[in-house]
Design a protein around this ligand. Sequence first.
Ligand SMILES: *Cc1c(COP(=O)(O)O)cnc(C)c1O
Length: 433
Amino acid sequence: MKYYSTNQQAPLASLHEAVVKGLAGDRGLYMPERIQRLPKAFFDDIDRLSFQEIACTVADAFFGEDVEEESLRSIVCDTLSFDCPVVKVTDNIHALELFHGPTLAFKDVGARFMARLLQYFIKQDGQDRVNVLVATSGDTGSAVANGFLGVEGIHVYVLYPKGKVSPIQECQFTTLGQNITALEIDGVFDDCQALVKQAFLDQQLNEHMRLTSANSINVARFLPQAFYYFNAYARMKAIGRADQLVVCVPSGNFGNITAGLFGHAMGLPVKRFIAANNANDIFYQYLQTGKYEPKPSRQTLANAMDVGDPSNFARVYDLYGGSHERITSLISGATYTDDQIRDTMKRCYEDTGYLLDPHGACGYRALSEQLQEGETGVFCETAHPAKFKEKVDEIVGIDTEIPPRLAAFMKGQKQSIPLSRQFEDFKAFLLKE
Ligand SMILES: *Cc1c(COP(=O)(O)O)cnc(C)c1O
């Protein structure tokens, strides 16, 4: 399968090239040339298949031409070492829980898959160690570091701003050791990002070591997220609630919902989608006006969705040929203030006993406001509420239990290397690696 760029200026790329490069040469996002529709028989029987069996079929449709069958199967099964269950919250609203992976957020699925696919390509062409550079403001670093942990042939450098990530987040990438090195930069997130960008452009450094990025727009991180939408459909079908399914996704950069839309294009019988935003309402406004107007991001309670120029909008737009009408006929929007998010978390807990995190709260609220007669809603619960323990405890008035695998990170020994925000220091460090 070839991949084209949404900007149409870069040459077609193989899967291997698209995965290693991340972003196309013309700064566009890679899209698969074809989206294969899965046969009716697959959907007829889907409720009898396991999550892993479903995921293997979906993975084969995207990657089957480029990855040998047995290897693809083991990449998928290794990636999905945890479940993504659907849990009933009210009579017509269910939560698709995506937080059962190692870092308790949905990004685990994409990061784990990408790590294993990259390893496959490296082994295939017998290349030296590949070095992944990733700048993080918190969550991406932990998903990528844990996704790549122990993967042979790959070393990960996580750059994070000193004193600007939460203690729980910091533990998730500084206590790992093995092939993960944490670099504590005396600066802000933008400095970390600038160091990574400059490293990719530095000739001497690139001759010294093979560098790649694990950015969230990478096709190998974004496409595998389709797996759990098929699984959600299967589990809803098994309980006879899949006929008029509405899927609601709390969205920031729109990678997660776009994977669901790809599933829909493959024939997944979802009636419609809802993109739930926090106060960063760029997509919501696009749906109302047909105009896409990026704005600086605003800080909110659901901070992983504080995005003012969602990168995957380009993919949504491309998928529907730029037609506002096609987009609005399938997707509706919602936008919530911090007060509304708080109110939703509190009320949902009081009424149903289900504990939402601030991101999932946007999804739950959009369904409770927008579901119509006969429809059943599934929203993505994108992170475990314990990841936001201080906020959740204060809002809901409880003492949120910390799951053992999260507590385990906090017991580990912090190991990080302090560096200034000067590129020369960063480069000198890497040249000694
Ligand atoms: C990254 C993230 C989101 C936003 O997902 P996108 O794919 O960027 O739309 C939502 N919730 C949580 C908890 C996240 O970490």
